[in-house]
Design a binder for this molecule. Sequence first.
Ligand code: APR
Length: 247
Amino acid sequence: MNSEEHYRLAAKLIRKSNYTVAFTGSGISAESGIPTFRGSNGLWSKIDPMKVATPEAFHRDPYFVWEWYRLRINKILHTKPNQAHKILAKWEEKDIIKYVITQNVDNLHREAGSKKIIELHGNILRIRCINCTHKEEITKKLDSTVPRCSVCGSIMRPDVVWFGEALDPIILANAFDIARKSDLMLVIGTSAQVYPAAAIPIEAWRNGAKIIEINPEETSISNYAEISFRDKATYALIKIDKELSKL
Ligand code: APR
């Protein structure tokens, strides 16, 4: 089968599916200018995650951790969703996909118009008090002070899941439920190295779902995939969307 036929086959699998779910990682946001975590130019090649993305690091030096998050947040505030995010949002609108389960905290699926989103690792544009339950959405650039809770005065932290922290059990259970219901999972832009998130596509596959992967590099998911597109997310999704429109 030549590659053109692979896009046609992917479109046919999506058209035939009753419960398609997208599972995304940082690679889907790469073409919006947001660096991925791993790989040659990844965030973790520039800074040790143990210094900025663990509760211990925050406890040790909240100012240093906030310095790093402030740079990411202020950049993400001005980052736009790309065609890949927009196609997934369009497919949800047309009931072609049921959910987006994402590991990303960059809010770009929501900004692209997706509504049925499971954010496994939280959202970087939301901060929460370390002491009480108060949360706030970030809508404008952060200055260089550490945000304080307007209710109790304690310092706030990014409302994301750090290494060594448990994911919200209800969100995780919901994601696994959706994975089990799916008969087709589009796994887009993830190295599938971080658990428990990486177990979700496997859970879908174990329950009979077909997997379509979109990633310029091979991953551990590639072995489970019906089709593995060695493409960037926008390229493959534009091609598949075009084939879908012919069916
Ligand atoms: N289109 C599709 N995939 C891409 C693109 C692109 N344009 N560019 C890179 N990729 C792929 C890379 O080949 C890689 O496999 O995206 C993947 C990104 O992998 P990671 O950087 O490991 O990101 P992710 O899988 O989302 O990491 C999972 O790890 O650090 C934690 O909490 C963090 O949610 C994150 C989790």
